[in-house]
Design a protein around this ligand. Structure first.
Ligand code: ATP
Ligand code: MG
Length: 470
């Protein structure tokens, strides 16, 4: 289409129609209307003459000119200026609280999307011994990891309709805010802030389990989405917890100098876990089946003791429950001890837990890795509306009662997360009607980078108070 009319020759109309640039349309539109002041129907004929083009094309031009979508409103500034004062001499700018929150929110997006966390190995963490450089590293690293956690929550559609998800989001946003506000030279403040973040996040497992179970119950998530989200989210918690714990360990007087035990004795850890699991079992059932621990080769390796303890505690609890429910009494179970074998070669440490507790039906084998699957009475509350009430107290203590032996449904999947995080693996083999073998493989050298589907922070999940030793 060409414009023969001298009045509009060289007009940006052609550019605007070809490129949809509203400024040109707008200027043409203004000029056109100023000069003719006609309606669309009446103007199509003069336009025909002016542009010497077909009626359809002319009408299209006019429709575009008169259509507000072609000429959108002038862009309005995204943020209203809210600087309260600025001091050029000191280089400080005072902004309103609302503006500060907006800036933080945009920082979260930037940190989560544009910056990448640095995956570490257990050996590297073990050697982070200088408090100043670790603090400087954490001030960059932790906000990236927390920001990614915030984004992970926001990736769930309708997350904000669920109070527990809002609590989790606000806990991580708050951690992000604190870390962005603390000056690197303030050693004590940084230390107590890390402790505070850990304390406030201690009940995270409860919130996230309740949140996603409610979302599942209200059909906001499929079971597959629940498991994928929890795998990423709960794995992501481990890294931030390890890094924070490392800083707290090296800055605490008279404490071990790392969260990683350089020569961890797995048999020692298994003994502690077995003793704790048996105590819990006695508390609930009044008796506990025998447990044999077989030490092959006295292997040692760099590992985080409390994580190994967590995994072994969960595996042994499962075996205890199976044996108790199958045999019914200590006398009947005497001939079927649970057996834990600990061994390894130069590369791998292997721990096997075997029981004769009747096994798992083969059809249910995939299900055992789901966070929503348990054959025990569900322990993590039902997901009725009452359990999803708004909870403003982020430190609420959900775990005053004694921990159940089973019923959360997350012992196996969470243990697998801990194993995978440090380059290990967890497998479960079952012979239906006979028993179950669970194999834990761990990297012996501690030189595998942490798994980072997204990232992590976690206190060990708290599932209830522990009964006092009988
Ligand atoms: N050794 C075992 N023998 C028989 N069944 C088992 C064994 N280990 C696991 N299971 C089955 O797998 C299910 C899931 O185990 P998982 O440890 O993940 O959750 P849970 O034991 O039900 O609850 P919790 O999270 O409190 O441990 C169990 O409910 C049980 O049915
Ligand atoms: Mg269990």
């Amino acid at each position: 289409m060409t414009c023969s009319n001298a009045e509009f020759a060289g007009s940006p109309i052609y550019i605007c129609l070809a490129q949809q640039r509203w400024t040109h349309v707008h200027s043409f539109d203004q000029r056109f209307n100023e000069r003719s002041g006609s309606s669309l129907s009446r103007m199509s004929t003069p336009l025909l003459r002016r542009f010497q083009c077909g009626r359809v094309a002319a009408c299209r031009v006019l429709r575009r000119l008169s259509c507000p979508t072609v000429a959108p409103a002038r862009p309005t500034p995204m943020f209203t200026p809210s600087i309260i004062s600025s001091n050029m001499a000191t280089g400080t700018i005072e902004v309103s609280k609302q503006r500060f929150e907006e800036l933080l929110e945009s920082e979260v997006v930037h940190f989560a999307r544009a910056l990448r966390p640095h995956p570490m190995t257990l050996q590297q963490i073990l050697h982070l011994q200088d408090a100043k450089s670790l603090r400087e590293f954490l001030l960059e690293e932790l906000p990236i990891r927390y920001a990614r956690r915030v984004q992970l929550i926001e990736s769930l559609s309708r997350w904000s309709d669920f109070p527990h998800m809002r609590v989790i989001r606000s806990l991580y946003f708050d951690a992000f805010r604190k870390l962005r506000a603390v000056p690197p030279e303030e050693e004590e403040r940084f230390r107590s802030m890390l402790q505070d973040i850990k304390r406030r996040n201690a009940n995270m497992l409860f919130h996230v389990m309740r949140g996603v179970r409610t979302m599942r119950a209200k059909h906001a998530l499929s079971e597959e989405q629940v498991n994928r989200f929890l795998d990423e989210f709960l794995t992501a918690r481990i890294g931030t917890d390890i890094l924070s714990s490392q800083y707290l360990a090296i800055t605490k007087p008279d404490s071990p100098t790392s969260v990683v035990t350089p020569d961890c004795d797995p048999v020692d850890v298994v003994r502690t876990a077995a003793g704790d699991a048996a105590t819990l079992c006695r508390h609930h059932y009044g008796w506990s089946p025998p447990i044999d621990i077989v030490d092959v080769g006295q292997v040692r390796f760099p590992f985080i003791k409390q994580y190994l303890n967590y995994i072994m505690f969960e595996l042994i609890k499962n075996s205890l429950r199976a044996v108790v429910e199958r045999y019914g009494s200590r006398e009947a179970a005497e001939a079927y001890p649970i057996r834990v074998v600990v061994c390894g070669d130069d590369d791998t440490i292997v721990l096997r837990v075997s029981d004769c507790g009747g096994g798992i039906p083969l059809d249910d084998m995939d299900q055992v890795w789901s966070y929503l699957y348990t054959t025990a009475k569900p322990a993590c509350e039902d997901v009725s509306s009452a359990s999803d009430s708004d909870d403003d107290d982020n430190d609420s203590d959900d775990d005053r009662g004694i921990a159940p032996l089973a019923g959360f449904g997350c012992g196996l999947p969470l243990s697998r997360n801990y194993a995978c995080y440090v380059g290990g693996w967890l497998e479960l083999h079952s012979i239906p009607e006979y028993g179950t073998d669970t194999y834990l493989y761990l990297n012996r050298a501690g030189n595998v980078e942490e798994a980072m589907p997204i990232d992590i922070d976690a206190h060990l999940p708290i599932r209830g108070a522990f009964p006092r030793a009988a």
